[in-house]
Design a protein around this ligand. Structure first.
Ligand SMILES: CC/C=C\C/C=C\C/C=C\C/C=C\CC/C=C/C(=O)SCCNC(=O)CCNC(=O)[C@H](O)C(C)(C)COP(=O)(O)OP(=O)(O)OC[C@H]1O[C@@H](n2cnc3c(N)ncnc32)[C@H](O)[C@@H]1OP(=O)(O)O
Ligand SMILES: Cc1cc2nc3c(=O)[nH]c(=O)nc-3n(C[C@H](O)[C@H](O)[C@H](O)COP(=O)(O)OP(=O)(O)OC[C@H]3O[C@@H](n4cnc5c(N)ncnc54)[C@H](O)[C@@H]3O)c2cc1C
Length: 666
């Protein structure tokens, strides 16, 4: 093919933007400093050939994994050489964009020791972990139990004679199964097991266990360990060594039990400290919070690809002598722009959740445990909502890109395959929504006893009003009023919550009610979580938003987010009599006009994510929009195109063809 001059096919689109894109980049990044770090790390990774990733779909499992080890080692070398801060290092790993054992080492092993270890344990283990002299993972899930943490079967039995715990896998189903980094890389794990002293079962606790020799990486005696096998999609999450692990009476010193929540004395006495036992689940709360922030990254990445491609792609019709850009079809806009709005919405709710997590952590340190249930409900619910929407949205973006979206070079199939397990790990999304519903039912049931709801459930204080207030929309423009929209989402959530609570009260045993009504409870929890996202978007807009036109764009996106939810869940809003069908129809008209408002800004709104072409990893989402020649180039790189006549022709094609010739001659 002839080399083409570099042309930016999206220049026209960019010239239409009606806002200060540099200011929007800073809002998206969460501040000037965050933007600068993120931008610098993204470029550092993009310019380093070791971090190339365009060949992942065609590498076999062993090559793929070895390549991941190589990248992780190189990333670590760069982190040391450049003396990167923790924030910079974490951004660098993010832009390397390849699931690896390091995610679990930094994302779970270190946090679980920080959160559940004593001061002494932190002093002993964290320096080694920070220097990567040991590599750790988080070994909780077993073959037989994941969601039901209290059902785990691995045992840690105290032997007072030797002052040791004996870690054992008594059944096949007690085998640890899934932990990332366990299969091949980890030298250590925090293993969750049943604490048993003097024949008594004291429930689940974490234990630091060495798995492999620090000299030759061989499993230590009594440890049976391996990888659980290929997972969904080529490349994708197969760079991760999710593992299995069995223990045959493995002994560890007593001081390797993480003892912040429970302690075992030299005599074998179990002492419960005065912190709530639920802190044993604290690492999951932490990771769920990071997963919400990550959802906006995965979603914005898919949306960036689909938006740029939709502006480049033309089909049918006529627009100034050209066919129509597919982004100008109303159907394309009504599928794409709510996803663009969701990316921004999840960004802001992720920022808020990070604040909430820091707040609860500080309170816990000051022995104030009052906000822990709220933190659990918010992290569980928002993790569930944002990952489910993002996984579906990545698939929708693939469809928005037509046939080419199905090519690996679009970046979308791999993004989907890597992302979709987020709906399961760190808590199955349905199981987590049921936790939110349980929290809501408890909150409502306590209203009568004078308990005042706090934080995200404060709106339930206005229950009487919310149960009967009419929606304040007379004309289309009323749908653009944030207080009208927030009150509507509050009313819907409150009415669904109360209806469910009433149905539950008819059961003599609450657990029977929870079983029978679980599908409705999930809808209640979803409504509550959507209210949180809408309110946090509205609150963000009440802050000072610098930059010409930036606030207006965000206001349009906020309205699109809320009104497209209203459209999707119209059944909820109508059946609870929160709105009339006339008001619903006005909301639909407003949505159409908002799409027109966003249309000229769409490319700039995705440029504001500031993704490099390396990170996007998509021919369709290229910054310059030069899609077709690059698609062609990518196709030529496929191993099938290495020879003109395919391998296997002589054995399998030629005989068939020859036979057909003979048959034709007959
Ligand atoms: C490629 C990846 C890219 C990026 C990711 C980015 C960053 C993330 C970094 C790393 C992640 C990378 C890869 C993912 C690795 C995945 C790891 C894992 O999956 S680890 C395993 C996670 N497992 C789970 O999440 C299990 C889910 N189950 C549970 O959490 C609990 O068992 C469940 C809450 C469902 C039920 O618990 P149960 O023991 O039955 O208790 P019960 O329901 O009776 O509740 C008792 C009481 O406690 C309250 N509660 C429950 N959980 C918590 C909590 N976490 N905190 C506080 N309180 C809690 C519950 O509400 C109840 O309260 P009340 O009695 O009602 O007051
Ligand atoms: C890619 C990946 C990485 C992982 N990494 C780790 C790791 O590093 N460390 C680790 O310890 N674990 C890890 N896990 C395990 C993960 O945390 C569990 O798979 C997850 O918590 C779900 O548990 P489960 O597999 O037991 O699902 P199950 O609970 O068996 O779910 C099966 C079905 O049952 C439904 N269900 C279950 N309970 C209920 C209920 N009470 N009410 C209604 N429906 C219910 C669920 O909704 C689901 O549809 C990983 C998993 C994946 C996929």
């Amino acid at each position: 093919m002839e080399a083409e001059a570099a042309v930016d096919y999206l220049v026209d689109e960019r010239s239409k933007a009606q806002f200060d894109i540099d200011a929007m980049k800073i809002i998206w990044a969460g501040g000037k400093h965050e933007f600068e770090v993120s931008d610098r790390m993204a470029r550092l990774v993009a310019s380093d050939p070791v971090f190339r990733k365009d060949n992942r779909a065609i590498l076999d499992r062993k090559e793929l994994f070895k390549n991941t080890l190589r990248k992780a080692a190189h990333a670590w070398k760069r982190i040391i050489e450049l003396r990167l801060s923790e924030q910079e290092a974490s951004k660098l790993r993010f832009f390397v964009d390849e699931p690896a054992y390091t995610d679990l080492h930094w994302g779970m092993f270190i946090p679980v020791i920080k959160g559940q270890g004593t001061e002494e344990q932190r002093k002993k283990w964290l320096p080694m972990a920070y220097r990567m002299q040991i590599i750790g993972c988080y070994a909780q899930t077993e073959l037989g139990h994941g969601s039901n943490v209290q059902g785990l079967e691995t045992t840690a039995t105290f032997d007072p004679e030797l002052d040791e715990f004996v870690i054992h896998s008594p059944t096949l189903t007690s085998s640890k199964w899934w932990p990332g980094g366990l299969g091949r890389a980890s030298t250590h794990a925090v293993v969750f097991a049943r604490l048993i002293t003097d024949g008594k079962d004291h429930g689940i606790n974490g234990f630091i266990v060495q798995l492999r020799s620090l000299d030759d990486h061989l499993p230590l005696p009594g440890i049976i360990i391996g990888d659980i096998g290929m997972k969904f999609g080529n490349g994708a999450y197969n760079t991760m060594d999710n593992g299995f692990l069995r223990f045959d009476h493995v002994r560890i010193p007593r001081d390797q039990m993480l003892m912040r929540v429970k302690q075992v004395t030299r005599e074998g006495k179990v002492v419960q400290s005065d912190v709530p036992w639920q802190l044993l689940y604290g690492t999951m709360v932490y990771v769920r919070q990071t997963i919400v922030a990550d959802a906006s990254c995965a979603l914005s990445r898919a949306v960036c690809i689909a938006t740029r491609y939709s502006a480049v792609r033309r089909q049918f019709g006529s627009q100034n002598g050209h066919e129509t850009q597919v982004i100008d079809y109303r159907t394309q806009q009504s599928r794409l722009f709510p996803l663009l709005a969701s990316a921004y919405a999840f960004r802001f709710v992720g920022e808020w959740l990070k604040w909430l997590y820091m707040d609860v952590t500080q309170r816990l340190q000051a022995r104030d445990f009052s906000t822990l249930p709220e933190a659990h409900a918010c992290t569980a619910g928002l993790k569930s909502l944002t990952t489910s929407v993002t996984a579906d949205a990545i698939e929708e973006c693939r469809k928005l890109c037509g046939g080419h979206g199905y090519l690996c070079s679009s970046g979308l199939p791999e993004l989907f395959a890597v992302y979709v397990p987020a709906c399961t790990y760190e808590g199955d999304n349905i199981v987590l929504l049921l936790q939110v519903a349980r929290f809501l039912m408890k909150t409502v049931s306590q209203l009568g006893s004078g308990e005042r709801p706090v934080g995200t459930t404060t709106y339930l204080l206005r229950l009487e009003h919310l149960l009967q207030c009419p929606c304040d929309v007379q004309g289309a423009e009323d749908w653009l009023k944030p207080d009208v929209v927030v009150q509507l989402f509050e009313a819907r959530s409150a009415r669904m919550t109360v209806a469910c609570a009433k149905s539950l009260s008819k059961f003599s045993k609450p657990e029977d009610g929870f079983m029978d009504l679980s599908a409705d409870l999930v809808s209640v929890a979803t409504a509550h979580c959507q209210l949180i996202v809408v309110s946090k978007f509205v609150e963000k807009l009440q802050q000072d938003i610098p930059g010409e036109g930036v606030k207006q764009q965000l206001e349009a996106l906020c309205s699109i987010y809320a009104l497209s939810l209203l459209k999707k869940h119209l059944g909820d809003f109508l059946s609870t009599s929160c709105i009339t069908s006339k008001q619903a129809s006005l909301a639909n008209d407003v949505l159409r006009s908002l799409y027109s408002q966003v249309r000229p800004n769409a490319i700039a709104l995705v440029d504001a994510f500031n993704y490099t072409d390396h990170f996007l990893g998509s021919v369709l989402g290229r910054y310059d929009g030069n899609v077709y020649p690059k698609l062609y180039e990518e196709a030529l790189k496929d191993p099938l195109n290495e020879s003109v006549v395919p391998d296997g022709y002589h054995e399998y094609l030629q005989p068939v063809l020859k036979q057909r010739l003979r048959t034709a001659r007959l």
